[in-house]
Design a protein. Structure first.
Length: 538
């Protein structure tokens, strides 16, 4: 059978390395990964191994956003991890190169790498270049926010259609510090990809070389017997958290790092994000809250100069091993600093924010935790009256119709991992709020989650989720809600006696799906505070 796919007799004496990509044409993030996979196979073969290419699924978050299809997004992370484990386990591959380019396939691949624990290297597919519209750079989030402007009568049908056609000019992942670029950076900080793999354009000579070098690197890892769990230590996860904060990265990093740590057997909790967040500033002025796109970070030198700055400040553990066979500090030893004139990454004296934008909240609405994204531009405290929705679509319709006023806390519930099921991202409603000019006047809280492109006063991952009987299920219209990023609390201002009465009357909703992958997921998934995983690893 292997002769039929091109093996020679000599190949059977070489280590077999699976080269997995999430190539597909369902999203620009992944449309070029087959080319990178071929380069990675060439790298394996050139280093003395035998590369064997195979594929896995991916879905498009941006296209499914705001629809029932988005319920499959986080589910796909589990399916992808399981599929890679299945192929690598069945074929007995000695090592693995995993090439991903979208929000869920990337953490999924690292979860599989940790689970298999065979020498492995991750390759990021790279960032998309910005589109140009009316002489200004635009991206996918520009379009989502334009929908809100269109609903407010500030943008014509023709202008919106024209923007749509210019926002995504080609291959690559969404172009701000959204979830894909956030997770690529986190994976590099973990030590599982080559230096600056996270900060390269998708269509570039650098990215093609990166893929080929990754193939050679995994053969070297086989010689060193260095496996993912040797690299995925508690300290390496602390490095990843520090990097995500310094970049102003996506709230999804919390969910995904918890899930990867669980697979790796490393102890990581929500409290670690709070502990690290107190001492790490936001340094990168990147979208969605900042001014610049990922392509501009690539242009000035990528991620490695920032890592070196963090290391020199004592904020990274430099002794952690990486897939180069060297430590993080050794990888960074010869890295030059950013150009003096650049305005993308601030210095420690003038940070974008002096501490983390990722704020873990607790309180009577989130006794097991919630994740807020507070850039500081929205303020650090919000108090308002609840407007409650049991589905994302209903909330979005109300926002676009102008029925949400200043001083409102939009509550979207029954959208958690179990209740949705699938914990949909709320980019459509949050973008509509921003597009209508209400970003600093309206808050949104949910047991769902957010896109990396979300900004505004938002709180997600509320646990326990409403479908599990969490306090979010007890909120009613016009209840007073207080969100305080300083005290790290999200509270419902309703007397305990009244909440007890509501709890007694509450009944769990019927499952929205009774068969198929969504039903299986809802039955198996853990809480968002534990990474929303389905693997029973303790």
């Amino acid at each position: 059978m292997l002769h039929a796919v091109g093996f020679t007799r000599a190949d059977f004496a070489r280590p077999q390395v699976g080269v997995c990509s999430a190539w597909s044409e369902v999203t620009p993030c992944n449309m070029h990964l087959d080319v990178l996979a071929r380069r990675a196979v060439a790298g394996v073969d050139g280093a003395g191994g035998k590369g064997v290419a195979f594929g896995t699924i991916t879905v498009s978050d941006g296209i499914s956003m705001g629809t029932e299809g988005m319920k499959y997004s986080l589910v796909s992370r589990e399916v992808i991890a399981d599929s890679i484990e299945t192929v690598a386990g069945a074929e007995g591959f000695d090592g693995l190169v995993a090439i991903g380019g979208c929000d869920k396939n990337m953490p999924a691949m690292v979860m599989a790498m940790a689970r298999l624990n065979r020498p492995s290297v991750f390759v990021y597919g790279g960032t998309i270049m910005p589109g140009i519209w009316h002489g200004q750079p635009v991206d996918i989030v520009s379009v989502f926010e334009a929908v809100g402007r269109h609903a407010a009568g500030k943008l014509s049908d023709a202008e919106l259609a024209d923007l749509e056609q210019h926002a995504c000019p080609g291959a690559g992942s969404c172009g701000g510090m959204y979830t894909a670029n956030t997770m690529a950076s986190a994976i590099e900080a973990l030590g599982l990809s080559l230096p600056n793999s996270s900060a390269q354009a998708a269509v570039s000579p650098d990215k093609a070389v990166d893929a080929e070098r990754a193939g050679a690197a995994v053969v070297r890892l086989l010689e060193l017997s260095l496996t993912p769990r040797d690299i995925l230590t508690r300290r390496s996860f602390e490095n990843a958290i520090t990097t995500v904060i310094a970049l102003g990265g996506s709230t999804n990093a919390v969910l995904h790092l918890l899930a990867i740590a669980r697979e790796a057997g490393a102890r990581l909790t929500l409290d670690d994000f709070t502990r690290i967040g107190r001492k790490v500033p936001v340094l990168a002025d990147l979208k969605p809250s900042g001014r610049h796109g990922m392509a501009e970070l690539v242009r000035i030198g990528g991620l490695t100069p920032l890592l070196k700055r963090l290391l020199e400040r004592g904020l990274l553990h430099g002794g952690e091993r990486t897939i180069t066979g060297r430590t993080l500090a050794e990888n960074l030893a010869g890295v030059a600093d950013y150009p003096a004139t650049q305005m993308v990454v601030m210095d420690f004296a003038t940070p974008v924010k002096k501490d983390s934008h990722l704020v873990i909240l607790r309180g009577n609405l989130a006794p097991e935790g919630a994740v807020a994204k507070i850039s500081g531009k929205e303020g650090e405290r919000f108090e308002g009256r609840a407007r409650v929705f049991d589905r994302e679509e209903d909330a979005l319709a109300a926002i676009l119709a102008g029925r949400i006023r200043a001083g409102t806390v939009v509550v979207i519930r029954y959208e958690g991992p179990r209740g949705g099921p699938g914990m949909r991202e709320m980019l459509a409603p949050t973008s509509a709020i921003m597009g209508r000019g209400l970003g600093d006047q309206v808050a949104l809280i949910t047991d769902g989650r957010f896109s990396g492109g979300t900004h505004g006063f938002v709180v997600g991952h509320i646990t326990p989720e409403a479908a599990a009987g969490g306090p979010l299920a007890l909120v009613r219209h016009n209840d007073r809600i207080v969100i305080d990023a300083v005290t790290r609390r999200v509270d419902l201002d309703v007397p305990a006696r009244e909440l007890a009465r509501r709890r007694k009357a509450w009944r769990a909703p019927r499952p929205r799906y009774t068969r198929g992958v969504l039903a299986k997921y809802a039955r198996q998934v853990s809480s968002a505070s534990e990474g929303a995983v389905t693997d029973p690893t303790p």
